[in-house]
Design a protein around this ligand. Structure first.
Ligand SMILES: Cc1cc2nc3c(=O)[nH]c(=O)nc-3n(C[C@H](O)[C@H](O)[C@H](O)COP(=O)(O)OP(=O)(O)OC[C@H]3O[C@@H](n4cnc5c(N)ncnc54)[C@H](O)[C@@H]3O)c2cc1C
Length: 426
């Protein structure tokens, strides 16, 4: 059986951050990177929009501004991003502030889904050239930390240190690992909301600021804006019983005037935190997702703003008339989202949309589509033993699945931080 100084499970940004950081600090380290897919499946592969300003992507329970900035500098130095320019920000900011909302000005870059894949291939090539063993299309199944061995779909592998960074889709897998290692955890927070899709002329701010981050009262925020050649997509989730539900999401391809579909999409999310009794965000999300799936005949739901305002459901016909002037980019079920959404979430989100329409007039055009549900499950919060995200002797977690980040750059920074703990084991 091969024994590695460091096994890295997950080739997303958390895994990449750790691998390159170990190589930088110990170029002779024997490293193996494992991913169950041929290429990582998270944000680097989907849209690859990177934010380089604290606190975007950094959960405040784990990150102080000074520390995050120190790691962010290392990410910037490594990735050398081409930061996008912004215009007219003061005007939008002033309008937002008048309503008690805020617009955060952040450094960002956008590679697009196709550009992200190019980056992944480039990074994997660099790792291989530096002597890292890549084990792609191989899934980690179980861990025995006394024997320092993991089992994969193909073999057994030994480790001195291990980073497990399986992303949001690895939610159940990470919980299984925590049960095997007897690590206490909480998952009491989720974000629930909708994805809005409209024509760029109804949300022209995206010409000035690619992914504008608005914060509204009652913890509602805009998130993950995509424009140009932009599409709403669905992500498949399965409950432990095998029932299927979908969360919507969005992405865009890299900027190319000849391929633009003229659409923009973004999420409006509300954070929900359970305290007494302490409930599982995952369980709550599954109930919401299954209800939407039931109403949508197995698809996510969509409703035009015009119908929503009149209090009536959208029907197939709503999507063919002359007023409703663009074709949805996702095959979702025309419906009534207010029948499926918790009323408090809907109320806060609709209030945020009205504020947004005052800041960027036009977004509430009757043709605008609201897709539901968009749910973010990133709150598997294990009990960490130290500031390097160590959960058991030599075992580290990082990234969105473990709650140490909420975006590509935060995940990359988490990977670097975990690697500093891993280095002590070899
Ligand atoms: C559709 C979509 C679009 C997104 N767009 C953006 C964006 O533009 N910008 C942004 O900042 N964030 C975006 N995100 C969020 C983004 O995914 C994360 O912030 C980031 O990728 C988290 O990095 P990670 O390394 O924790 O996990 P991931 O990037 O999800 O990587 C985890 C990897 O682990 C692998 N894995 C899981 N389980 C196992 C196992 N048992 N064995 C082996 N391998 C395993 C997975 O295949 C995956 O490749 C997006 C997410 C989605 C789903």
């Amino acid at each position: 059986m091969e024994i590695y100084d460091a096994i890295i499970v997950g080739s997303g940004p958390a895994g990449m951050g750790a691998a390159f950081s170990i190589l930088k600090r110990n170029k002779d380290a024997k490293i193996l990177m494992l991913d169950k897919r041929p290429y990582s499946t998270g944000g680097m592969r989907n849209d690859c929009k990177m934010n380089f300003t604290f606190p975007i992507g950094f959960p405040l329970e784990y990150w102080e501004e000074g520390d995050a900035n120190r790691y962010l500098d290392e990410v910037i130095e490594f990735l050398k991003p081409n930061i996008l320019s912004k215009n007219n920000i003061d005007t939008y900011k002033a309008r937002a502030e008048r309503l008690g909302c805020s617009l955060l000005e952040i450094k960002q870059t956008h590679l697009g889904t196709d550009g992200g894949l190019e980056l992944i291939k480039e990074l994997l090539k660099k790792l291989e050239e530096a002597g890292v063993t890549l084990a792609l299309s191989e899934e980690m199944l179980t861990i025995d930390n006394k024997a320092k061995v993991i089992k994969t779909t193909k073999r057994e592998l030994g480790y001195k240190s291990i980073l497990i960074a399986p992303g949001r889709q690895g939610f159940h897998f990470l919980q299984d690992v925590m049960h095997q290692l007897e690590i206490p955890y909480m998952d009491n927070i989720i974000d629930v909301g909708i994805r809005v899709e409209t024509r760029i002329e109804h949300y022209p701010i995206v010409k000035d600021y690619y992914d504008p981050k608005f914060y509204f009262k009652e913890k509602v925020r805009t998130f993950c804006t995509n424009s140009g050649n932009a599409h709403v997509v669905k992500e498949k989730y399965a409950t432990e019983r095998g029932d299927i539900w979908y969360s919507v999401n969005g992405h865009a391809f890299k900027a190319d005037e000849t391929k633009n579909n003229g659409l923009v999409n973004f999420a409006l999310l509300k954070t929900v935190r359970f305290t007494e009794p302490l409930a599982s965000g995952q369980d709550f999300a599954e109930h919401l997702g299954l209800l939407a799936s039931l109403m949508g005949g197995g698809k996510p739901l969509m409703q035009r703003v015009g119908d929503f305002r009149l209090g009536r459901r959208s029907k197939s016909a709503t999507f063919n008339g002359d007023l409703y002037d663009f074709k949805p980019s996702l095959d979702a079920c025309p419906s009534d989202i207010s029948l499926a959404m918790p009323s408090k979430v809907l109320r806060y989100i609709w209030s945020a949309m009205k504020n947004l329409d005052t800041i960027v007039p036009g977004v509430l055009h009757p043709s605008t589509i609201m897709y539901y549900p968009e749910i973010k499950l990133y709150a598997n919060k294990p009990e960490y033993k130290d500031s390097n995200f160590q959960v058991a002797e030599g075992v580290f977690f990082a990234g969105d699945g473990a709650g140490t980040s909420r975006g590509i750059t935060g995940a990359w920074a988490s990977g670097i931080r975990a690697s500093e703990g891993m280095l002590k084991y070899f």
